[in-house]
Design a protein around this ligand. Sequence first.
Ligand code: SF4
Length: 475
Amino acid sequence: MKYHLITMGCPKNKVDSDGIEMLLQEGNYRATDSARDADILIVNTCGFLEAAKEESIDVLNELGRHKRRHQVLIAAGCLAQRNGQEVIDRVPKVDGLLGTRRWMEVLELVNQVRGGKSKRKLAQYQMLGDHALSVPALLDDPSAEYTLAVPRPPILGGSAYLKISDGCNAPCAFCTIPSFKGKLRSRPLEAIVDEANALVMAGAKELVIVAQDTTDYGRDRGEPNSLPQLLTALSRRTPDDLRWLRLMYAYPGHVSDELIEVMAREPKIVPYLDMPLQHGDARTLRRMRRPARLEMVYDHMSKLRAAMPNIALRTTFIVGYPGETEEEFQGLLDFVQAIEFDKVGAFKFSAEPGTPAAELPDPVDEEVQEERYARLMELQQPISLRKNQAQVGRQLEILIEGEGEIEGSGAPLLLGRSYRDAPEVDGLVLVPGISGVPAGSMLEVFINGAMEYDLVGEPLIVETFSSNKSNIALS
Ligand code: SF4
């Protein structure tokens, strides 16, 4: 029996997909890249933004159109959790819904559907586990689902995501996540350390720590600000094969001096922080129901840079939030100019039904949103380029992700990432003229070129290795 699984959305979804795959494989299902060959079709959907929701529905319907009689189509993930009825209404071929907190029941769901119950009884095939509904077992022990140590294969050349909590306590007015993920629920520290070790044993060299808000870890267990302890445990209780621990999704109000100290002290924690700030003008931030004290953010940035002079700082912003005046947008530009982040991502505001932001007056025209998005990215590009140019002349260790070709000449091109780049969202280090280095290897390179997003490097020749092209040192 085979399954075909498609993951939409963010890295947190990827973590759940890995768990779903592990369970299916334990149930004697094998993965296939071909939807046609599969017995089980699963889409782990994203319901975060309207565009992502539509994309998930399209993918489900595309699979549904070609679905054969024996095949089972399951919608899993955020959209199934949040808009289950809509999925049923708009995807006529769907057979089951699997929510974000009950993905570990995938085999039970598959068995129910394959049991041949009538499609009209689809409601019986839902395993949603909405925190607002009465769900047996798991809610009796809120941490039950998180105690699993999941030995998943690492992804993307030696890198794996490590999810430390789910749900969020923050009140951000534009965000739908708390409405379907519920309040913060942290996994026990020991379970996370066990999973980290299992991932390292399976070959992971990098663990990327994710959650809705990583910096709120432990609050629901009566231990607020316990991320520093968790990071210390992960650094010290994992084998040296683990080279990088990377922290994503920090919330500005929860970044503490202790966290900064631990990041600077523990060698496995890379000097990199992703802190989505959403805006840089206090008035907009207040309407977003986000921390609006910009001095606090400036303070974090200067402490982070003082403790780790080579730190790479990433953030994301929303442009065109309701009521965003030209003056407020200029406030954001001034903030970006003043802080000089290494990497900036941006989204145009999208009104999500059911959120307070969707009810706000004074929407910003789409054209104005487009124009502000372009101005923000135009401002950031030379900053990112300057930050990258400052890396020229440095010797950096990179994690190899794969190989490509130089356009035109067809010459080989090795693709890797340094500590300054998170997988899937940041840039790469390109090493021309080299091939045959396995994905997941670490390689020392000398940086000799810089672009806005990517760096260019050449391997440091340390000792003779048999490779296609050159003598390079691998680890
Ligand atoms: S912190 Fe992130 S996940 Fe939590 S409500 Fe705000 S935007 Fe949503």
